[in-house]
Design a protein around this ligand. Sequence first.
Ligand code: MN
Length: 241
Amino acid sequence: MRVTVGSATDVGRVRSDNEDSFLADLPVLAVADGMGGHAAGEVASALTVEALSALAGRDDLDVPELVRQLGRANDSILASARSHPEQEGMGTTVAGVALVSAGDGDGRQWAVFNVGDSRVYEQTGSGLVQVTVDHSLVQELVDAGVLSAEEAAWHPSRNVVTRSLGREPMVDVSVSTLPLRPGQRLVVCSDGLSDELDAAAVESVLRASPDAERAARALVEAALDAGGHDNVTVLVVDVTE
Ligand code: MN
């Protein structure tokens, strides 16, 4: 099977700096959304992509090693913040997919991972499905039955994340696996996409763009048209025979 990746990022219409970073270098495809003053968010997301890029070209990656590398990203953010006072408090979310051994010898599958509220979606026959679960305050309230998903999408505290890299010495990564199949399309994005467009709007853009690179650019354009309140980064991943 062949994996094609389209990528696009934009500072948006409101912010002055783009603190998102992305990696589109198999086996790891990831988006990191940095936060922190004095452009430190850019440093945190870039350090995360740098740590993950050390895995580029590997065809024997497994889930434990992927998780260890995210731990190294966390370590390098904390170390950088310790030696640069202006970076104190910086952090980043991360979400992505990685090709890992399927455990049955020669097969490969996707490991889907996230820390924070950057997301992975899969386009399925019955619509766009969010594969990751956000580590956010509003997601906890949805899980507790306090808020509906619709209320969460418009909640004033919707951008409060409950996990991020750069916060604590230990990092708790959520990982699940997904079979690799021909015709599959995945989307990895920062909240600059998901805050502007609901799943139905994302899906209608995907349907109009069979090419991964064009689809990624079209999604970023749609987020800008919807307001572009935040940095927006999108990877579109197509699997073909
Ligand atoms: Mn963001």
